[in-house]
Design a protein around this ligand. Structure first.
Ligand code: APR
Length: 322
């Protein structure tokens, strides 16, 4: 359980409920509970790898194969990851706000997978591959590319569609992010160490325009001093409570109140997808990952419902025996 005060959470929740326009800045921390490593935490990627050798144009110039080996390693990890309740709560928040902009530093694609719509990707997309000569770009979702380094149809070398250290961010994207931060009543800052610019510069920009900043991060960061409220805990735990979203978890209360629980056949495909995402994040570290990865969303939800039904029937029988 994070070390945040319930009063702080209630205060932040009332601000968020009252706000008509919200901007959100996310970093690697929001995907940590989905099993995607962050960069600067104790077990972060930059603790065991040198970014100078892997995430700069110079490194790619020097050794494109090494750089692609590293992106293949990250693609394989990310391909196994599912959105967690933190990602899902932001999808819910977007449905409730007339103006909502999600600005992410992450290249893992988990916000899209969760269903976020108005999304600005500051640092690109790990599934995007781009030609170094003709500029063509294409999406390739194979966890690891068989031929590395890959080449474009024009024959030239292709590179990962991400922004490397020392490279400018896409102008349209950073301009839209700046506009959204200036015009939104609240800036939610989630899971970022707030040390990489220009992304981190959006936080003082919000303050300079008199906006309210709410931070979610287990640790103190340079943002904590600027924030109007810092909730120190995991995003996957705090965000559903902050947003008051519980939409992706089946309503157990219905079962207890005697209302009939939905059967598998009655659950829509999008519901199955979000329920499965919630179940996988809940089962992470508790169920055998291999078994979990082999279970389709449908099968996972079917088993969950079967278990619930049995539990409810068992409870009812106990009642009757009493
Ligand atoms: N919930 C919320 N925050 C978390 C969680 C969690 N479950 N777990 C860790 N964090 C926090 C850490 O405390 C840390 O402050 O997430 C932050 C992750 O920081 P970084 O690893 O530095 O990631 P980020 O801020 O996204 O890095 C910015 O740097 O390496 C480049 O391009 C890369 O986009 C990245 C940029």
């Amino acid at each position: 359980m994070g070390s945040y005060m319930n009063e702080d959470l209630e205060r932040a929740r009332s601000w968020l409920q009252a706000a008509g326009s919200v901007a959100v800045l996310t970093g690697a921390g929001i995907s940590a509970e989905s099993g995607v490593p962050t960069f600067r935490d104790a077990d972060g990627l930059w603790r065991s790898f040198r970014f100078e050798e892997l995430a700069t144009p110079e490194a790619f110039e020097r050794d494109p194969k090494l750089v692609w080996e590293w992106y293949n390693f990250r693609r394989e990890r990310i391909a196994k990851a599912q959105p967690n309740p933190g990602h899902m709560a932001l999808v819910e928040l977007e449905t409730r706000k007339s103006e909502f902009t999600l600005i992410t530093q992450n290249v893992d694609g988990l916000h899209e997978l969760a269903g976020s719509k108005n999304l600005l990707k500051l640092h690109g997309d790990i599934w995007l591959v781009r030609c170094t000569k003709c500029g063509a770009g294409w999406i390739d979702r194979r966890p690891s590319l068989p031929e590395i380094p890959p080449h474009c149809l024009c024959g030239a070398l292709a590179r990962p569609g991400v922004v490397w250290f020392g490279e400018p961010l896409p102008k349209r994207v950073i301009d839209e992010a700046t506009r959204a931060v200036k015009s939104s009543e609240i800036l939610l800052v989630i899971g970022t160490s707030a040390v990489v610019y220009p992304a981190a510069g959006l936080i003082p920009l919000a303050k300079a325009h008199g906006r309210t900043v709410i931070e979610i991060n287990p640790d103190e960061t340079p943002c904590s001093d600027m924030a109007d409220c810092s909730l120190h805990g995991p995003a996957g735990e705090i965000l559903p409570r902050l947003v008051g979203s519980d939409s992706h978890r089946p309503k157990e209360s219905d079962a207890r109140s005697g209302a009939r629980m939905k059967t598998f056949a009655e659950i829509s495909a999008p519901e199955i997808k979000t329920m499965a995402a919630w179940l996988r994040s809940k089962l992470q570290g508790r169920a055998n990952p291999l078994v979990l990865s082999r279970l389709s969303d449908e099968e996972l939800v079917r088993r969950y419902l079967r278990g619930k039904e049995e539990g409810i029937n068992h409870g009812r029988r106990k009642e009757e025996e009493r």
